[in-house]
Design a protein around this ligand. Structure first.
Ligand code: PMP
Ligand code: GLN
Length: 380
């Protein structure tokens, strides 16, 4: 008889809602993934490297050419010089990177702070390592962080703060004051930071992504995680990476080598080539998704939903309190089964759901899909 280490966790909401969408033939705006193709030149490079025989284990920390390109990108975007040989590991998705980073920092009895609504992998990673998670709710409806509440939760067992900007599921982003508040809180402490920056290239209205790479004092104690899945419309390739100072990275790799050992070889070579030859692609991504956000919002402006601010990511939150009194989990199920449109109920990302009536919709979809979705939403 097995005794679960995660007895309170069921199957992830993304799996549940995507399956329900498929079962009921619904438009799937639930799980976050694009319904359009990756860039042609990138696909061509994958075909090249698989045919050329790059099909065996990659080095444990990643293909050198890719780590080199990642280091150049970080220097170009954020002005930080990282050593590609000692401070970068390529991982099978940001998911593995987040897990290894938590594993590297949390011992039994250690405490971690996360902000609700929180992406669903953070808490289980802490729990599986014997840690205790403190959940601090973000404000509504702007989803900003209450730094005084953070200060109150810190004690001598706090070892980790997990942050995420641009933020899934809310689309909120950090400003400079947030970073400086974090910096002031962790200064002189034993607290490390995991910064989930997978949506670093999807930020709207001319705003700047406050990457921790820009802040040397914080970068010294941080694991900064990103994902090529979001950037190149390839969530199924499972390709992400982590950047951290050498001492942190050694511990991270000690774990990574026993979790997955290394990451998909031909894809790493292909992305390295693509980064070298098409360095503009990620710089145009914000504009691309801003148009999608604007289109989706315009199409449903006259619906009964209230649009919440969306500053980054490819998610739009919709408040449905004018349409229904139902709980968000119940409404999400009903919309999928009866109205053929799938979304994600936001309450599942909270330890103590505050009872807001909000659903998350993914707008990383073709314009035609967004129009079809809007037709349904406008009739509710
Ligand atoms: N963090 C956040 C906030 C995400 O939204 C996601 C994926 N949607 C991940 C991490 C995981 O990224 P990956 O698919 O590269 O594992
Ligand atoms: N991160 C994606 C989302 O928020 C889903 C990832 C997953 O299914 N594990 O929808």
């Amino acid at each position: 008889m097995l005794v679960s280490k995660l007895p309170d966790k069921g199957t992830t909401i993304f799996t549940v809602m995507s399956k329900m969408a498929a079962d009921y033939g619904a438009i799937n705006l639930s799980q976050g993934f694009p319904d359009f193709q990756a860039p042609e030149a990138l696909l061509e490079r994958v075909a090249f490297y698989t045919a050329a025989g790059y099909n065996q284990y990659a080095p444990m920390s990643g293909v050198p050419a890719l780590k080199q390109q990642i280091a150049m990108k970080v220097a170009d975007l954020y002005g930080r010089n990282v050593n590609p040989d000692t401070e970068i590991t390529v991982t099978p998705g940001a998911t593995e990177a987040l897990f290894c980073a938590v594993c590297a920092t949390i011992h039994p009895g250690d405490e971690a702070i996360i902000f609700d609504p929180a992406y669903d992998t953070y808490e289980p990673a802490v729990t599986l390592n014997g840690g205790i998670t403190h959940h601090i709710p973000m404000g509504y409806p702007d989803f900003q962080i209450d730094w005084q509440a953070v200060r109150c939760k810190i004690n001598d067992r706090t070892r980790l703060i997990i942050i995420n900007s641009p933020h899934n599921p809310t689309g909120s982003i950090w400003n400079e004051a947030d970073v400086l508040a974090l910096q002031e809180i962790v200064e002189g402490s034993r607290i490390s930071v995991v910064s989930d920056e997978v949506y670093e290239h999807i930020i709207f209205d001319g705003q700047t992504h406050q990457s921790l790479h820009r802040y040397a004092e914080l970068a010294k104690r941080s694991f900064i995680v990103s994902s090529f899945g979001k950037t190149y419309h390839t969530t199924g390739w499972r390709l992400g990476y982590c950047i951290a100072p050498q001492e942190y990275m050694l511990e991270f790799q000690r774990i990574h080598q026993f979790v997955n050992f290394s990451t998909n070889t031909p894809m790493q070579h292909a992305v390295a080539d693509f980064l070298e030859h098409c360095p503009e692609f990620h710089k145009e991504l914000s504009g691309f998704y801003e148009q999608k956000r604007n289109l989706f919002c315009r199409l449903i402006k006259k619906s009964g939903f209230r649009l919440l601010p969306a500053a980054g990511t490819y998610f739009q939150l919709l408040d449905y309190s004018e349409i229904s009194k139902a709980a968000d989990t119940e409404l999400a199920n009903r919309l999928t089964m009866e109205h053929k449109i799938a979304s994600i109920p936001v309450s599942v990302f909270y330890k103590d759901p505050p009872g807001q009536k909000i659903l998350r919709f993914c707008f990383a979809k073709s314009d035609a899909t967004l129009e079809e979705a809007a037709d349904i939403l406008n009739k509710l």
